[in-house]
Design a protein around this ligand. Structure first.
Ligand SMILES: [Fe+2]
Ligand SMILES: [Fe+2]
Length: 278
């Protein structure tokens, strides 16, 4: 039964909250996930020291960490660096790999980099990234839960924030569905929400569960999560994927369960739907 701790938008730099980060480490130590998924915005301003602090935090977690860049991990004001080497600081100080893969018999997770030098906050993916993802997903062991980790949202948040999802979102979701991805983990909106792809992109194809974490360790919560911090605890078995939204409780100094959700799991094989007449 794969178990994932999904955290996001940790924003090392001025808005980062070290006490909450310590609680994330304690949470992971207590629950022992197979994987910690960190869906972008590791820093506030893509500074070397901020990436190094994020690296130290990731190294304290007692599980493999799969992280992807967010828009805040591209320099905003260092214009030359932004255009000529937007991910140089990330690579030198956090991880050389921008689109990592986690492989295990029961869990196969792939990161996608949706941050760009030319867009200040919005995200996009290229077709070549989707083709590479599809090729990688074919390597997943039979029966493994296939997961994508990407910073920007492929479905809009229900209550607050930029309504438009990232560029090529529908194409990305179609690619995920076709290759048997069952779960997408994202951030960026600084609020926790969940959707299935069929709610927004109703087609005759395998649905994808899309789960967002709020900002887990920063003072940048938005909308209903202003001054709040959230993360997700995810467990899957043969029949379902279960998501618990955990919220920071300042009084107890720990994350506590805010809500629980259960989604039936449909086993799909790559390209199965392609063979069906529409
Ligand atoms: Fe963020
Ligand atoms: Fe972001």
């Amino acid at each position: 039964m794969p178990r994932i701790l999904h955290i996001s938008d940790v924003h090392f730099g001025p808005p980062h909250l070290p006490r909450v980060a310590d609680a994330v480490v304690a949470l992971a130590e207590g629950r022992q996930p197979d994987l910690v998924a960190l869906s972008g915005d590791l820093t506030q301003r893509a500074k070397a020291a901020q990436f190094r602090a994020a690296r130290e935090f990731a190294d304290r977690l007692p599980a493999p960490v799969l992280a992807v860049p967010g828009n805040h991990d591209v320099p905003l004001y260092r214009v030359w660096e932004r255009f000529l080497a937007p991910f140089d600081s990330y690579r030198r100080n956090f991880d050389r790999e921008l689109e990592p893969v986690f492989r295990s018999p029961r869990l196969f997770a792939v990161g996608i980099n949706s941050a760009r030098r030319l867009t200040l906050t919005g995200g996009r993916v290229r077709r070549s990234q989707l083709r590479r993802l599809e090729a990688r997903m074919l390597e997943a062991p039979d029966g493994a839960l296939k997961v994508v980790v990407v910073h920007h949202h492929v479905v809009p948040p229900p209550r607050f924030g930029a309504g438009r999802p990232m560029h090529k979102a529908e194409e990305a979701v179609e690619s995920f569905s076709r290759t048997g991805v069952e779960l997408v983990l994202s951030g960026h909106q600084h609020q926790a929400y969940q959707a299935t792809s069929e709610q927004l992109y109703p087609r005759d194809r395998s649905p994808v569960l899309i789960v967002h974490s709020g900002t887990t360790t920063s003072a940048r919560g938005r909308g209903g999560e202003r001054s709040r911090n959230t993360c997700n605890w995810i467990e899957a078995d043969e029949a379902s994927i279960r998501v618990s939204v955990l919220v920071w409780d300042d009084r107890s100094g720990a994350f506590v369960t805010r809500s629980r959700h259960r989604y039936p799991r449909r086993r799909v094989t790559p390209y199965l739907l392609e063979d069906r007449p529409f």
